[in-house]
Design a protein around this ligand. Structure first.
Ligand code: TMP
Length: 209
């Protein structure tokens, strides 16, 4: 029987630099002999990508947002994540359920109990084996987003949120990391790129061991 693959997720507030590292991590894992599936949330399936468009650009209540995130997640797990893990592949996923705890509960105040209930209903206990939290102070995240906006990129609904929202999201992530110390690695994302890569290289060593 094939051993179940490893499920690795990347998290952090907008502007933490997480997505830049997802591709590098996947390439490094591939170079070290792993079959890797790189994916993201919201998204990862044709329906999930359509829901992503709505989630990032349409105004909606926080409850609707939470339900659509879990709807997209259900399809993603069914079509992509669970089959890949069953094949023994390593899944590198840019955001997963921790983002809902951070953004919808921490940021928007959706009750934790509602998210926990949806998590049980939709995921039946599936959680990442390893979660990399790219952490930056609020000022750094704001500066990176403002630079992106000044360079002509239109910010999405979440990126355009105010500083207090991101402060709550960051706190919620850190609380989750502290509550799940074996699963989370908190990475100081203000470090220069080579220093972050060195940390990621050590993490790859652990994954392929
Ligand atoms: P991305 O920019 O990292 O691809 O993420 C898209 C946005 O979606 C980001 O601002 C965070 C938000 N988001 C949530 O609010 N809740 C979630 O559960 C997920 C997966 C993403």
């Amino acid at each position: 029987m094939t051993a179940r693959g490893r499920f690795v997720t990347l998290e952090g507030i907008d502007g933490a630099g997480k997505s830049t590292h997802a591709g590098w991590l996947a390439d490094e894992l591939t170079r070290r002999g792993r079959r890797v599936v790189v994916t993201r949330e919201p998204g990862g399936t044709p329906l999930g990508e359509k829901l992503r468009e709505l989630l990032l650009h349409e105004p909606m209540t926080h409850e609707t947002e939470t339900l659509l995130l879990f709807a997209a997640r259900r399809e993603h797990v069914e079509q992509v994540i669970a089959p890949a893990l069953a094949r023994g592949d390593t899944v590198v996923c840019d955001r997963f359920t921790d983002a809902t705890y951070a953004y919808q509960a921490g940021g928007h105040g959706v009750p934790l109990s509602a998210i926990a209930a949806l998590e049980t209903f939709v995921l039946h206990g599936l959680e990442p084996d390893l979660t990399l939290l790219f952490d930056v102070p609020l000022a750094v995240s704001r500066e990176r987003l403002e630079r992106a906006a000044a360079a002509g990129r239109t910010l999405d609904k979440f990126e355009a949120e105010h500083g207090a929202f991101f402060a709550r999201v960051r706190d919620a992530y850190r609380v989750r990391a502290a509550a799940h110390p074996l699963r989370f690695r908190v990475i100081d994302s203000t470090q220069p790129l080579p220093a972050v890569r060195a940390v990621l290289t050590r993490i790859v060593d652990e994954i392929v061991r």
